[in-house]
Design a binder for this molecule. Structure first.
Ligand SMILES: Cc1ncc(COP(=O)(O)O)c(C=O)c1O
Length: 481
């Protein structure tokens, strides 16, 4: 297992900036902002609304305490009585961590975010990832879609290359294509992105042949990935980091499922260390989101990275979202406070959410084993999150090798639709690739993404039965008893 030399390697961040970043002109008015914070300053500088005009005196949220979920009838997650708080509510004290302050939360804030939530995020990052260098900084975002867009705009010009997983999140592939960025897929195995394959692509890079310079960045979804459901183990992360250091690549870890990984002993099982926690150089941009752990509609997340590059990313948001939603910040800050800040969030709430998805993941695996013929599919181990990446054994389909694997996969998909069970075929996620596969290899690269996050238990079972019937017909084998 290669270890990362703890002596930091100096990075010239300026070479990663896009022309858009280098030439962006900031509004002159924005440059006044630092002066507002000087104690005693009287400002006639900008026209911002008066807080006495806020038509909101306060917000009342009904928050189940850490370790509990909202009761939703039909989703078999406990009873309304079970949602009663364990601890009684305490009045916030002025100046305490996460003290709610609508006067400032509803005002235009710094693009980086409001100080009390930023303080919480900084402490959270220290506690969970503890980046091994000093000059890191956070930027609030409207979630990871927004964070990714900001990073792409700050770092890439049209025609630049971005390395991604060979099966990648379409929410990355399409915006990147829109910005004229060429994504290139790096092959995966059961532990995620293969470092040797990454090194090979970079070693053999031919600017003329590719029509562009060597890629600047690798973007990965390291935990319970979408679509492949894989969590990259730490030994693999070290290898990937070393290759990125060798070729001076930035690494973006888009990690919205970080806390949904299977943790057999709850809070006592540590999460797999992140790329950020290995980052001695400041080459990792980590994007986090409250979407999968609090609520997607919160549209709130944050980026962590070297302050030089985070500043450029911030500039892209300054002229886009301006600052995060104050209503959202107020609500999230209040929820985190009720849960008991860091300790309640990390040790009670997060293990509780991860347990909900872990159970669903393991239940889906059992149902697939029970109802779908093993001649037709290979079931992964499952690492939690929301997805299982199930391989279709096209190589043993009766029409192979007479027909092309691609054609067989499409036919299988149609059979699933006829049985009225829907899952996403791997072709939706395929990033452009420079690898060429033989027909036999291609036959082993057909998957379906099964999402187990939402359906009620009886629908999960019925869906697996339908899948079993469709595939038994396709593979010409018996339906499981
Ligand atoms: C890999 C990945 N990144 C980003 C997102 C979007 O996250 P957010 O709601 O924070 O924008 C998703 C959600 O589906 C995702 O799967």
């Amino acid at each position: 297992m290669p270890s990362i030399d703890p002596a930091p390697v100096k990075i010239d961040f300026t070479k990663y900036f896009s022309i858009e970043s280098k030439t962006r002109k900031r509004s002159q008015l924005k440059e006044l902002r630092p002066y507002f914070d000087i104690p005693g300053m009287i400002s006639f500088g900008v026209g911002i609304p008066h807080p006495s005009t806020w038509p909101v005196n306060g917000m009342t949220l009904s928050v189940p305490f850490a370790g509990k979920s909202v009761y939703v009838p039909g989703y078999e997650n406990r009873s309304p009585e079970d949602m009663l708080p364990l601890t009684s509510y305490t009045e916030p004290k002025k100046g305490e961590d996460l003290f709610p302050d609508l006067t400032s939360e509803l005002q235009y804030s710094s693009t980086y975010g409001t100080p009390h939530l930023l303080g919480w995020i900084k402490e959270h990052i220290k506690r969970v990832h503890n980046p091994p260098y000093d000059e890191w900084q956070n930027l609030s975002t409207a979630g990871n879609t927004d964070g990714t867009d900001a990073i792409l705009r700050a770092c890439f010009d049209r025609g630049d290359y971005l390395l991604v997983e060979e099966f990648a999140y379409p929410g990355l592939l399409s915006p990147a294509a829109t910005l004229g960025i060429n994504c290139l897929g790096v092959p995966l195995d059961k532990e995620g992105l293969i470092p040797e394959a990454l090194d090979e692509i970079l070693t053999n890079w031919d600017e003329k042949e590719r029509g562009g310079p060597r890629p600047k960045m690798l973007l990965v979804v390291p935990t319970c990935s979408n679509p492949a459901g894989v969590t990259i183990p730490v030994h693999r992360k070290r290898e990937i980091y070393s290759v990125c250091r060798k070729w001076d690549l930035l690494i973006t870890e888009d990690d919205p499922y970080c806390f949904l990984q299977i943790r057999p002993n709850g809070a006592a099982s540590p999460i797999v260390p992140s790329f950020l926690s290995l980052d001695t150089d400041g080459r990792v941009l980590r994007i986090d989101s409250f979407s999968k752990i609090v609520a997607p509609g919160s549209r709130l997340g944050w980026i962590t990275g070297h302050k030089t590059i985070v500043e450029k990313i911030m500039n892209t948001r300054e002229s886009a979202t301006q600052c995060p939603s104050g209503f959202s910040i107020a609500a999230i800050a209040a929820i985190l406070r009720v849960w008991g800040s860091h300790d309640g969030f990390e040790n009670k709430y997060i293990p509780h959410v991860s347990e909900i998805y872990s159970k669903r993941c393991l239940m889906m695996i059992d149902l697939l084993k029970k109802h779908v013929p093993s001649e037709a599919i290979e079931i992964p181990e499952g690492s939690g999150g929301m997805f299982l990446w199930v391989r279709l054994k096209i190589e043993s389909h009766p029409s192979f090798p007479k027909e092309d694997p691609d054609k067989i996969s499409k036919k299988v998909f149609q059979s699933l639709i006829e049985e009225k069970v829907l899952m996403a075929p791997s072709e939706f996620f395929k990033a452009p690739s420079i690898s060429s596969w033989s027909k036999e290899e291609e036959a082993k690269r057909s998957f379906v993404r099964i999402s187990f996050s939402l359906p009620p238990q009886d629908e999960m079972e019925e869906g697996c039965k339908r899948m079993g019937r469709a595939l038994a017909k396709e593979w010409n084998v018996n339906v499981n008893a």
